[in-house]
Design a protein around this ligand. Structure first.
Ligand SMILES: *Cc1c(COP(=O)(O)O)cnc(C)c1O
Length: 433
């Protein structure tokens, strides 16, 4: 009935998430409010690990790409579910470590890691650097030498695949700021160099072709291209690449029009491709890693707002303003992302209106959506935006000095606060003069 199986309606006609009444949670914690279904997150983790086990055996790791939603509590869930974690900054790394996440299950990504971040990662003993470029390879080798260790790395490779998704979240093509390109020989040269560096151990090759991809073929295609590269390295450099990381990017449902394939189908498709290509090229089956971010948390989350002003501009449009906006969800402003919305106090009410939902920030572009179907809303109503578990809290800002909303986790009807609401004191905490 809804875009996520976390959501339902109770006997009072209220929206529920993970078995908890959304209206009661809004009363208890205030608005705006992020709510996430912990059980849904755990189920999704298990869907990935069990599909990989069934299709490929034990030689696999699922890394949660934690930029999708990063706070101490999620690293605890992910650790308990046996996944690894990707981080892309010192801040994400620090959060994971402070949450007790095992350092050896952390991979460090990013296209411009600083010396300070590399030093911190080495100090914590992370599992692997996913190296983006030549500059960074030299830097890691140098720091590792100084620290007297050998750093495990893999390379972020641009496989030259055009996944059909938004330009801003497309990353596999040659014109991308991420990684080294295959087609011009850049990737091969850097691999050759890495093998010769004394404080570097090359473990794997990595690609990530984009985000919110519904088609499963591009992942299998990426697997083929990467396995050919593994074979070339073996044949020409006599070096065995043990790990193949196919990145994340699996699509989720924001609206009824979104139709992602099942996790099992996607996993089956690319693992079959890896097995086929390994046999064709006579290389050993690599350890397979994937890095889902959005698909682990997106559908598990919603955001609840209170409706304020309702502005009907005759013959033009109706603006419904809520008490949040681009500060807690910049995705419409950034990408024009579509969402499903409803009124949680009347979750099944017929959607008779077509409105623009606006935020409370001082930007005309501060919208959460246009042409949104909703029942007739009035000031004081609650409004829920669905599928906000990924790239919402993690992209939130304090623009206009708006405090960030809290995050509540629900698990089988029980709620707990995992990130508290920022206060005005938090807002001025770093203003030292
Ligand atoms: C962002 C990112 C991911 C996760 O992408 P999703 O679309 O959220 O699944 C995985 N790997 C890398 C390298 C990324 O940059």
């Amino acid at each position: 009935m809804f875009v996520s199986d976390s959501l339902s309606v109770n006997s009072r006609g209220h929206l529920t998430i993970g078995g908890a009444d959304v209206v009661s949670l809004a009363e208890k914690y205030g608005t705006p409010l992020y709510i996430m279904d912990e059980d849904k997150i755990r189920r999704t983790c298990r869907a990935y690990t069990s599909a990989l086990k069934q299709c490929y055996g034990d030689s696999h790791t699922v890394f949660y790409a934690s930029k999708a939603f990063s706070a101490k509590y999620i690293y605890k869930i992910i650790a308990e579910e046996g996944l690894g974690a990707d981080v892309v900054s010192g801040g994400e790394l620090y959060t994971a470590i402070k949450a007790g996440f095992p350092a050896d299950r952390i991979h460090f990504h990013g296209n411009n890691k600083t010396s300070a971040e590399i030093e911190l990662a080495i100090k914590y003993g992370i599992g692997q650097f996913v190296v983006d470029n030549d500059e960074e390879l030299n830097l890691i080798n140098e720091i590792a030498k100084r620290e007297n260790i050998v750093a495990d790395i893999s390379f972020r490779v641009k496989p030259g695949i055009d996944a059909h998704t938004h330009d801003f979240v497309k990353t596999g093509q040659i014109d991308s700021k991420f990684g080294v390109a295959l087609e011009n020989g850049e990737a091969f040269e850097i691999v050759k160099k890495a093998i010769s560096l004394p404080n570097i151990r090359l473990c794997g090759v990595h690609c990530h072709i984009g985000s919110q991809i519904f088609d499963i073929e591009p992942f299998a295609h990426a697997a083929e291209v990467m396995m050919a590269f593994v074979a070339k390295i073996k044949n020409e450099l006599s070096y065995e690449i043990c790990e193949l990381n196919l990145g994340g990017g699996f699509g989720v449902r924001y609206t009824e029009a979104d139709d992602p394939k099942s996790i099992f189908d996607a996993v089956k498709n690319f693992t079959d491709a890896v097995k086929r290509e390994a046999e064709k090229f006579g290389v050993k089956l690599p350890h397979i890693s994937i890095e889902p971010g959005r698909s682990i948390v997106a559908e598990a989350g919603i955001t609840v707002y209170a409706v304020g002003a309702v502005k009907e501009i005759k013959g033009i449009r109706t603006y419904i303003s809520v008490d949040g906006g681009m500060t807690d969800n910049p995705r419409y402003a950034l990408y024009g992302s579509e969402y499903t919305m409803l009124l949680p106090e009347r979750a099944l009410a017929e959607k008779t209106e077509c409105v623009t939902v606006a935020g409370r920030n001082c930007e005309s572009g501060d919208l959460l959506g246009e042409n949104i179907s909703l029942p007739k809303a009035q000031p004081g109503d609650l409004l829920a935006v669905l599928t906000t578990g990924a790239y919402n809290y993690s992209m939130a800002s304090n623009y206009n000095r708006v405090p960030r909303p809290p995050v509540v986790m629900v698990n089988n009807g029980e709620d707990k606060l995992v990130v508290k609401r920022e206060t005005y004191e938090d807002i001025i905490a770093n203003d030292i003069m």
